[in-house]
Design a protein around this ligand. Structure first.
Ligand code: UD1
Length: 418
């Protein structure tokens, strides 16, 4: 298995372009199943999860190819309604195949995704919504069979939690349903808005995306589209934190700063120098940062996907701070690994108490999940000596050209094939 080796201590400086959003690209790729027409998606990051989704679409019957950052889907004719375990287990977002296939075929047979390292991650909110729209759901031999007589029916669906995946799945299903669907307590993440923009380009009638209530008037048919995926706000935040941890200065281009408002506010509160100019953010370390607490929340709150990186930052800030995780029940797997690098951290329930240390020192560490991996890279970049990071396939799921981008900024980082 490949490893990343970092020799810490280099100040980062320079300019990089932020990649397209992984979490936007995935639902948009699944949206192509809603039409037989050709579709073109640009600014798609080159990542393992994108490859998995492209393979998935081909398996379902949508002939799809990726060339650099562009994904093309050809005209399709017959779609397959079975999503086997081998495809679903690689990526939880595979459950997004459900919405489009129930809407198109009236049936879908998806392997249950199971839990993952950051929590149980059930899909009850997705399934309850499909039931409200008239679908019959059966669990059998590790598969969820969803069927509907005729067409899905529009309904008022109130989520008990503003789940990102469930909002996307119900949007994908309701655009072809009969009548009006209202998603109440919908997720408001920018990736939802991006998906809705695509669906509207396809001919869907959607209002309120990006707010708590989304209304969809079902239509009979959708057509092809061309779309440019929005910038990855999580990648951008990771590089902003890297600049500050290494006491450097970096320029990020191709960003949508308002998607990062809470992170920018927190970084400024901590004492960093941040300048915004249209789609460019300049982050500069100017003095020792102050310890700042964060609490993860649904958008526009502090993203759970930046919690681990924030913790890495606070590990080196003099004083005490607290990180509170409210979205996932087990998202502190990076704590033990950061401790191996010398961090002073204590977990109590969904809180981590951080006492800043003067320096971290390199050690072998292991990645447990994508964002935990990002936190370890950040810590390694400023740790004294060598940090050897294993199980980096998690990082390859979410960070395009990670070593190349960090090397461009002056980091001593390389990948060893294994
Ligand atoms: C998406 C993002 C992920 C991000 C998360 C929260 C993608 C591909 N992934 O994941 O990076 O961390 O949003 O911002 O976009 N839940 C239930 N029942 C359900 C659905 C969710 O209990 O039916 C729970 C989950 O277990 C979790 C919480 O709700 O604790 C958040 O999940 P959700 O918003 O659905 O996240 P994902 O769509 O899986």
């Amino acid at each position: 298995m490949d490893k990343i080796i970092i020799k810490g201590g280099n100040k980062l400086s320079g300019t990089i372009k932020v990649s397209g959003s992984k979490n936007s690209s995935l639902p948009i790729l699944f949206a192509t199943l809603l039409t037989d027409d050709e579709c073109k998606i640009k600014n798609v990051p080159v990542l393992a999860d994108i490859k998995t989704t492209v393979d998935f679409l081909n398996f379902i019957g949508k002939k799809t190819t990726r060339k650099a950052n562009i994904v093309n889907c050809e005209k399709s004719s017959k779609l397959n309604h079975i999503a086997p375990y081998d495809l679903v287990r690689k990526m939880r977002a595979s459950v997004l195949v459900m919405g489009p296939l129930i809407a198109r075929l009236g049936k879908v047979n998806v392997s249950l995704p199971g839990g993952c390292s950051i929590g149980a991650r059930p899909i009850d909110i997705h399934l309850d919504a499909f039931k409200k729209m008239g679908a019959k759901i059966e669990l059998k031999e590790g598969y969820i069979n969803v069927t509907i007589d005729g067409r899905l029916k529009g309904a008022d669906i109130e989520f008990r939690f503003a789940s990102v995946g469930a909002t996307e799945n119900v949007l994908l299903a309701s655009v072809l349903a009969k009548g009006t669907t209202r998603i109440i307590n919908a997720a408001k993440e920018p990736e939802i808005q991006d998906l809705a923009d695509v669906l509207i380009k396809m001919g869907a009638k959607i209002s309120g995306a990006g707010t708590k209530i989304i209304t969809v008037e079902g239509v009979e048919k959708l057509h092809g589209f061309t779309h440019n995926v929005i910038a990855d706000r999580i990648e951008a935040a990771t590089y902003m934190i890297a600049a500050l941890m290494t006491k450097g200065e970096i320029i990020l281009t191709g960003v949508i700063p308002e998607h990062l408002q809470i992170v920018i506010d927190k970084l400024i509160e901590a004492g960093s120098d941040i300048k915004i100019n249209n789609d460019t953010i300049i982050v500069k370390w100017k003095k020792d940062l102050k310890p700042i607490n964060i609490r993860t929340e649904i958008y526009p709150g502090f993203p759970t996907d930046i919690q681990a990186q924030w913790m890495a930052l606070m590990c080196l800030v003099k004083g005490n701070s607290i990180v509170e995780e409210t979205v996932f029940e087990n998202r502190f797997l990076h704590v033990c690994e950061l401790q191996r690098l010398g961090a002073n951290l204590k977990i109590e329930g969904n809180l981590v108490y951080i006492q800043g240390v003067k320096e971290l020192s390199g050690a072998p560490v292991m990645v447990s999940d994508l964002r935990a991996g990002a936190a370890l890279v950040l810590a390694g970049l400023c740790a004294k000596g060598k940090t050897e990071i294993s199980r980096i396939y998690h990082l390859d799921r979410g960070y395009e050209a990670l070593e190349k981008k960090f090397r461009k900024l002056g980091a001593n980082i390389k990948r060893i094939k294994g």
